[in-house]
Design a protein around this ligand. Structure first.
Ligand SMILES: O=C(O)c1ccccc1NCC(=O)[C@H](O)[C@H](O)COP(=O)(O)O
Length: 209
């Protein structure tokens, strides 16, 4: 299973989290986020990572030229679109960055929001299902109703996100069968400052998954 830890800001923490077993790290490129990092900060983390660890830039309603620049300069292997990007936008970005994983986040508030998966899975590599919050785009710590996700099987790989912690991860995975999981605030001391003990606890809970 892929395990993505999002909202990395510090090189030592990124390296330690990769050593603990994360398969992907996420970098928040949304300036309004308390976890925002510059390209320079991303470079400083990425250069310490083993090449097998994916580096995902998280964007929201950002111009394609800016995303492409961040991919090149930051050494990103993937792009996560966390705003209101249309399927057409995703498709165009995918065509212009063919080597880069395109992930579309779906922020779910009602069961009908899942219908979007059938459209987006045609134009992205991976989906990420997150909880909806009226004021915040992500990193909210809010959990989804996992029961709604019991039969969720899009035709592309997908991450479960939203309020996952070392305490609730096994309960979540007993109900939902995603390809990967994504955690941020559930393994933090403060926004952007990861708690390595909580990350270690997460991997202990996950065992060999
Ligand atoms: O984390 C942020 O601050 C953020 C800001 C703007 C857009 C997206 C953001 N995070 C995206 C993520 O992938 C988070 O890991 C995801 O929302 C889950 O967060 P959490 O509920 O805290 O585990």
């Amino acid at each position: 299973m892929r395990i993505k830890i999002c909202g990395i800001t510090q090189p030592q923490q990124g390296k330690a989290i990769a050593d603990l077993g994360a398969t992907a790290l996420g970098f928040i490129c949304v300036t309004t986020s308390p976890r925002y990092v510059t390209i320079k900060q991303i470079q400083a983390v990425v250069e310490k990572l083993p090449s097998k660890v994916d580096s995902i830039g998280v964007f929201a309603n950002t111009r394609p030229e800016k995303i492409k620049q961040a991919v090149v300069d930051g050494g990103l292997t993937g792009v996560q679109l966390h705003g209101d990007e249309s399927p057409e936008f995703c498709q165009q970005l995918r065509e212009s960055l063919p080597e880069v994983e395109i992930i579309k986040a779906l922020r779910i508030s009602t069961a009908t929001d899942f219908d979007k998966a059938a459209i987006y899975n045609l134009c992205v590599d991976t989906l990420l299902v997150d909880a909806y919050h009226p004021q915040q785009l992500g990193g909210t710590g809010k959990t989804l109703d996992w029961q709604l996700l019991q039969n969720f099987q899009p035709s592309c790989p997908w991450f479960l996100a939203g309020g996952l912690t070392p305490h609730n991860i096994l309960e979540a995975l007993s109900q939902v069968k995603p390809t990967g999981i994504d955690l941020s605030s559930g393994v933090e001391r403060a926004p952007g400052d990861k708690d390595l003990q909580k990350v270690a606890q997460l991997f202990e809970k996950l065992g060999n998954r």
